[in-house]
Design a binder for this molecule. Structure first.
Ligand code: DC
Length: 226
C-alpha cells in the first residue's frame, strides 16, 4: 500500500544499453514520479573534469569536482535539460568519450560517496524512479521495487547502433560491442558498488523483448508491490 507521507522508490539497475533510461522515463511519466538518471551525474563529473583538464585516473583531483558539481536539471513537459556551470550539456554528456570517462571516474570510491546525497534528495513524494547501477544495492537499499534490467552485449550494441544511425553518426558496430564489453567489465569488476543485482531485485532479460513488453512487465511488478 502506498504511504502518502513517504516517497515510493523504484530502482532500475543494469548495464548500459539495456533500455533502463527509456523505461525509467516511461515509468516516471506513467506513475507521475520524479526521475533520477544517476548515470548523468557520473557523466557530468567526467565532463567537468575533462573541461578542467583533470586527469580522470587521479581520484584526489576528481573527487573535489564531484563535490562541487554546479548542475541544474531543468525539467519540462517532454524533456530534461542538463545545465553545467551555466552551459547546456544535455547532448555533450552523451558522447562516447564522456561515456568512457564516466565509467573510469565511477570506479573512484570518493567520487561515489560525493554523489550519494545528491542522489538521495531526488526521493520526494509521491515517488521516484531511480535509474543506475547501484540504486537498489547502495543508494536506495530500502526501495519498494527493485528491478535489474539486462540484455546481451550484442543486442545492446545493436540498439545503440540504431540510435546513433538515427542521429546521423557513423559508427562501427564491432567497435560498439567492444566498448560495451569493456565498460561492462569495468562496471562489474570495480571494488566499490559494482554492477550487480540486489539480492531482492527481479531480473528482466530484455534481449528478446520489445520495450512495450518490458514496460508491461515492470508495471505489473510495481502494481503488485505498491
Ligand atoms: O547509465 P550511463 O551509461 O549513463 O552511466 C554512465 C557511467 O556511469 C557508466 O559507465 C557507469 C557509471 N554509473 C555508475 O557507476 N553508477 C550509477 N549509479 C550510474 C552510472
Amino acid at each position: 500500500m502506498t504511504n502518502q507521507r513517504f516517497p515510493t522508490v523504484i530502482t532500475i539497475d543494469g548495464p548500459s544499453g539495456s533500455g533502463k533510461g527509456t523505461l525509467s522515463q516511461m515509468l516516471a511519466r506513467q506513475l507521475g514520479y520524479n526521475l533520477l538518471d544517476s548515470g548523468a551525474l557520473y557523466r557530468l563529473v567526467a565532463l567537468a573534469s575533462m573541461k578542467r583538464g583533470v586527469n580522470l585516473a587521479d581520484e584526489q583531483l576528481v573527487a573535489p569536482v564531484a563535490l562541487a558539481l554546479n548542475v541544474k536539471f531543468l525539467v519540462s513537459e517532454n524533456a530534461t535539460s542538463i545545465i553545467l556551470d551555466g552551459e547546456d550539456v544535455t547532448d555533450a554528456i552523451r558522447q562516447e568519450v564522456v561515456s568512457m570517462g564516466a565509467s573510469q571516474i565511477a570506479a573512484h570510491p570518493t567520487v561515489r560517496s560525493a554523489l550519494l546525497e545528491r542522489q538521495r534528495v531526488f526521493a520526494t513524494t509521491p515517488g521516484l524512479v531511480a535509474d543506475g547501477r547501484d540504486m537498489g544495492t547502495e543508494v536506495f537499499p530500502d526501495a519498494s521495487v527493485k528491478i535489474f534490467l539486462t540484455a546481451s552485449a550484442e543486442a545492446r550494441a545493436e540498439r545503440r547502433f540504431k540510435q546513433l544511425q538515427r542521429k546521423g553518426e557513423a559508427v562501427d558496430k564491432a567497435n560498439l560491442i567492444a566498448d560495451i564489453r569493456e565498460r561492462d567489465e569495468r562496471d562489474s569488476k570495480r571494488a566499490v558498488s559494482p554492477l550487480k543485482p540486489a539480492v531482492d531485485a527481479t531480473i528482466i532479460d530484455s534481449t528478446d523483448m520489445s520495450i512495450e513488453q518490458v514496460f508491461a512487465r515492470m508495471l505489473s511488478l510495481i502494481k503488485q508491490a505498491v
